[in-house]
Design a protein around this ligand. Structure first.
Ligand code: ADP
Ligand code: ZN
Ligand code: ZN
Length: 739
């Protein structure tokens, strides 16, 4: 029989598999598909995944290198997850090896064993005597035995050095039969008879109807969209459905947006259940992540909660998937494998034949469209659960009104009145820093980033100019770099400036800022929350970090300083995002006795979308926005793929995209595909970023099938294209942002 050939997926951007010979001395029977192998690759070593074992290779036999080491007796990735990765690689036109690598916890990518951590425990053997004659001339062994005798449950291997126990002495004692070593798994706690650690709330009729609908969909693939206004009790519905999933002996996977990691969200799950919860979010370290992943895979975790990448957590007994805040942009990965965790979650639920529940107060237009077309069942929660009223919206036209650090006169009055009534105010401005630009009043110099087509933001507190696109930082100059005069003026307002101004206008109340700059330290957010909970008058100023995850019952006024960006942006999704943000921020406020008020400053206060949103609510807005998208032939009524390229020299990226465009036209002909348009290439909206010149080519398809037929052949051709070597390019299937 010829030597077996191993076909491996390697963590490389190349969309192909790589052939190797088996590691020396490893029999064919030991090589299971899915197992990891360490292999030489150029001058490096990589860890690849065995896709198949065959007998022939296109590579001449003398060029085939042997793999170095087999790492697994069986595939660490169960078949269901493997299937999901195959689908993902195919759909997002990404290399399979790289996809598998994204799906695996970091430590598995690095070759750690894929088993629940096992630990060696050392203990004194029953009947062993401290005065054993064999130890009379071995004082160190005798001391070691003495120490062990003090630990009747054994000593974990990791504690040996703490207890000054030497491994050599223990090995010698072990040979004499005086100590035992046993291997213990991390304690797998027993399953619970009563899953509830805390009583459930009796559901209101809308919640009951929603839960009932999902329950009847248990046991097979069914997709639900739970559209419930903020505070309508979506989380309570999730919790009760999870309890039923656990009672059925199944596991539940819950995805939350990155920003929702506030301890509040997780605490609600932990307090409710007597269950083993595996957490997989960005604050979890690599070791904990691996353990959580393995516990989920082996059925030892009952509930798996995590952000985007937790979608790739295997489950032994999958029962239910929940995607909270399904509209959130953090579900889309914007680098490498550009997958959308919500969309993949629906695919996964389908593959595993289980129900999936997408929840949001402001569902994405994509999901609403899926509900309208019958692919998802739409469930509504229209009322706030605690009986609180929905906030009232007021549009404040600021055309030709002076803005004082971004805050108009009437807005200042409204803030003052709310504080005087003993209540709290939330001021929302989605722009951090002091001011978006520094301007020289004498010569017109602007604080442009040397590496991007963008202005650097003034950060007054740290005396810096910072580029929010590439991270470039400079000291804030005291003289104009061009004309050396001193009249440098910050233009426009960010949260830092609004905070400073509000503190001067309202000196008697605390002004608290929440944005990425202020909350970099973990404690800061918690301090802030406790101040707010105390309930005394205060002003909260912040970016979209304020819009998510928290509930501020004592806030009765939400002041939105700038809604214009969403109304005249070049990005067709901008108005959807603005509407979601406004509704989410508004939803933070108000309680039963004190309905909230939301004031929106705008130069376009009569814009039809803004009028619709504020007078008829998000769903009316969404219908309007959907019909505009239909008219314009935009997603979800067409399908997009964006080919991006960037290079150090101007023109290089466009050159590659020109070739790519020609190639696509040829393929469209050859494959006889219709309903596909190529738009571009054009320079990216911000052409230069971090020192690179960027351009893009948009592919728009009426049907997904045709678009994907093109992409399949196209990506293969792009990989071969010589002009592609000099540029960095990537393909984004279903891009959510066209920049
Ligand atoms: P959402 O997830 O939709 O924002 P939550 O589940 O956080 O809403 O509920 C908002 C508030 O209403 C919470 O304080 C919650 O405890 C309360 N709540 C939810 N459901 C009920 C119910 N059936 N009866 C009473 N209070 C409820
Ligand atoms: Zn100047
Ligand atoms: Zn920059």
């Amino acid at each position: 029989m010829p030597d077996p050939i191993l076909r491996l997926a390697l963590p490389s951007p190349l969309r192909r598999l790589f052939d190797y010979r088996a590691p020396p001395g490893v029999p064919r029977s030991a090589l299971q598909p899915g197992a990891r192998l360490r292999v030489p690759f150029g001058r490096r070593e990589l860890i690849g995944i065995l896709i198949e074992v065959t007998d022939h290779s296109e590579v001449p036999a003398d060029k085939l290198k042997p793999a170095l080491q087999l790492l697994d007796a069986q595939s660490p990735l169960p078949p269901a997850l493997f299937k999901l990765c195959l689908w993902t690689a195919q759909y997002y036109q990404h290399s399979l090896g790289d996809t598998l690598s994204w799906a695996l916890p970091v430590l598995l990518r690095q070759g750690e064993p894929a088993e629940v951590r096992q630990e060696r425990f050392w203990s004194i053997a029953p009947g062993a005597q401290l005065d054993d004659p064999r130890l009379s001339r071995a004082p160190r062994q005798r001391d070691a035995l003495k120490t062990l005798a003090q630990h009747p449950h054994g000593v974990a291997h990791s504690l040996l050095s703490t207890l000054q126990l030497s491994k050599d002495s223990l090995d010698l004692l072990h040979e004499k039969g005086l100590v035992h070593v046993n291997i213990r798994r991390h304690a797998a706690s027993a399953r619970h008879a009563n899953w509830l650690a805390q009583p459930e709330l009796p559901l209101n009729p809308e919640q009951r109807a929603a839960a009932e609908a999902v329950r009847t969909g248990f046991g097979s693939f069914n997709a639900f969209l739970l559209a419930g206004v903020t505070g309508s009790g979506k989380t309570e519905v999730y919790l009760q459905l999870i309890r039923e999933t656990l009672e059925a002996g199944k596991q539940a996977l819950v995805l939350i947006p990155e920003i929702n990691l506030g301890p509040q969200t997780l605490a609600r799950f932990e307090q409710r259940f007597n269950a083993r919860i595996a957490l997989l979010h960005s604050a979890v370290n690599d070791r904990e992540r691996l353990e959580a992943w393995l516990a989920a895979r082996d059925g030892e975790a009952d509930i798996i909660i995590g952000t985007r990448s937790a979608l790739f957590t295997p489950m032994q007994r999958p029962g239910l998937i929940i995607i909270d805040e399904e509209h959130d942009a953090s579900y889309k990965q914007q680098e490498g494998l550009r997958y959308h965790a919500r969309d993949l979650a629906v695919v996964r639920a389908h593959q595993e034949n289980i129900p999936i529940l997408l929840g949001s107060a402001t569902p994405s237009l994509e999901s609403l469209h899926n509900a309208h077309s019958g692919r998802y069942a739409l469930l509504h929660l229209r009322e706030r659960a605690g009986g609180a009223k929905q906030p009232r919206f007021l549009r404040l036209d600021v055309k030709s009104r002076p803005l004082d650090s971004g805050i108009s006169g009437p807005m200042q009055q409204a803030i003052g009145q709310t504080l005087a009534a003993g209540q709290q105010v939330l001021v929302f401005l989605n722009r951090r820093g002091f001011a978006p630009t520094l301007l020289c009043h004498d010569c017109g110099w602007l604080s442009e980033c040397p590496r991007c087509d963008a202005r650097m933001t003034v950060h007054q507190r740290s005396h810096e100019l910072r580029c929010h696109h590439c991270g470039h930082v400079e000291r804030q100059p005291s003289n104009c770099p061009k004309c050396a005069k001193v009249d440098l003026r910050p233009v426009g307002a960010g949260t830092e400036r609004a905070e400073e101004r509000l503190a001067i206008l309202f000196p008697k109340v605390p002004v608290l800022r929440v944005d990425r700059d202020s909350t970099s330290r973990k404690e800061a957010m918690n301090n802030l929350l406790s101040t707010i909970q105390r309930g005394e008058p205060c002003i909260l100023v912040g970016t979209q970090m304020l819009a998510k995850g928290h509930h501020f019952p004592r806030v009765t006024l939400v002041a939105i300083l700038d809604a214009d960006g969403g109304l005249f942006s070049a990005d067709f999704r901008a108005s959807e995002r603005m509407a979601q943000l406004i509704v989410q921020v508004a939803g933070r406020a108000g309680r039963a006795e004190e309905p909230g008020k939301v004031i929106i400053q705008s130069h376009l206060a009569d814009h039809p979308l803004l009028v619709q949103l504020t007078e008829q609510g998000y769903f009316a807005f969404a219908e309007q926005a959907l019909s505009e998208r239909r008219g314009a032939g935009l997603p979800p009524f067409c399908h997009l793929a964006l080919l991006r390229a960037e290079a150090h020299k101007p023109g290089q990226a466009e050159g590659f995209l020109d070739h790519a465009c020609t190639e696509a036209e040829l393929l469209l002909d050859e494959l006889k595909l219709s309903g596909i348009e190529l738009l571009g290439p054009v320079p990216a909206p911000m052409e230069r970023r971090a020192g690179r010149y960027r351009a893009q080519l948009l592919v728009q398809g009426e049907t997904r099938a045709a678009l994907h037929r093109l992409l399949n052949s196209w990506t293969a051709a792009l990989e071969q294209m010589p002009s592609g070597r000099a540029v960095r390019w990537s393909l984004d299937v279903d891009p959510i942002d066209l920049f």
